[in-house]
Design a protein around this ligand. Structure first.
Ligand SMILES: O=c1ccn([C@@H]2O[C@H](COP(=O)(O)O)[C@@H](O)[C@H]2O)c(=O)[nH]1
Length: 273
């Protein structure tokens, strides 16, 4: 099954466009994990088990693991999802971008080492920097287009022949780069107007949409702007708002994460019809 087929199946099976982000910050972990060598794996596994039936994908952000020399725990988590929840796609958020020979190694890292179904990539270095990921025909390449951060406008809004650069990227990917139908785009929930513009340009291409939850993006506006005709088309990511949802002493981290994941999935679904 290809990444896109798996994503379509997960949307349907779980009736969810929610993507649960795995951004482990040990300073926010439960006290009982302090000092444990496998704390990151244990914490993320609990989050995965608590939300696997509520999500259309998991998105580990590699920086949170690499900064703590915890790539082995990321590997173990990716394998855990693969074996325990094989229907849920894993998106490695690494935002890679380099010359072709180096990109080949990044692709092996994502798809062999971590067994990810898709990886986020930066389009700035052009097609030959993205093509090595597409050699993996059953995998996904998710290209940065209109990112959720305010500073994304510095470059993504530059005028390129009468259209902003992010729209040029969307056109390029849908018209030229997506030769095997394995591409998706990153578009922030913090910019629903631009999300609507991208949806108009790319048809039914899947969009990875970070920016709800901790970044404050509006769910109703996001779904209205980004959904496809059949009410799918998006992996709407929330990381910190789910992982660190626990506020009271009466809930575990996993229970709180599940509660907020249900609320978020339901809020998204309310606007899909
Ligand atoms: O434009 C982008 C691209 C990627 N991200 C990543 O998504 C999550 C968002 O985390 P929250 O806690 O839900 O804010 C994080 O891993 C970012 O690196 C993004 O935010 N915006």
């Amino acid at each position: 099954m290809t990444f896109i087929e798996k994503l379509n199946a997960a949307w349907a099976e779980n009736q969810s466009l929610l993507c649960v982000g795995l951004d482990p910050d040990i300073s926010r972990f439960p006290a009982e994990l302090a000092g444990k060598p496998d704390a990151i794996f244990t914490f993320c596994k609990a989050m995965i088990d608590a939300t696997a039936d509520l999500t259309c994908s998991f998105k580990p952000q590699i920086a949170y693991f690499a900064a703590l020399r915890a790539e082995d725990q990321l590997e173990a988590l990716c394998r855990y999802i693969k074996t325990t929840y094989p229907a849920i796609p894993v998106i490695l958020d690494a935002k890679r971008g380099d010359i072709g020979a180096t990109a080949e190694q990044y692709a092996r890292e994502a798809f062999e080492r971590y067994a990810a179904d898709a990886v986020t990539v930066n389009p700035y270095m052009g097609f030959d920097s993205v093509a090595p990921y597409m050699e993996w025909k059953d995998k996904g390449a998710i290209v940065l287009c209109r990112t959720s951060n305010a500073g994304g406008s510095d470059l993504q809004f530059l005028d390129v022949g009468g259209v902003p650069l992010y729209q040029h990227v969307a056109k390029l990917v849908v018209e030229k780069w997506n030769t095997n139908g394995q591409c998706a785009l990153v578009v922030g929930a913090t910019f629903p107007d631009e999300l609507a513009q991208v949806r108009n340009i790319v048809g039914d291409m899947p969009l990875l949409v970070p920016g709800i939850g901790a970044q404050g993006g509006d769910i109703a506006a996001t779904v209205a702007a980004g959904k496809t005709a059949n009410g799918t088309g998006m992996m709407i990511n929330s990381s910190r708002a789910i992982l660190y949802a626990k506020t009271s002493g009466n809930e575990t981290f996993a229970e709180a994460a599940r509660r907020v994941a249900i609320e978020t999935r339901d809020a998204i679904n309310q606007h899909r019809a």
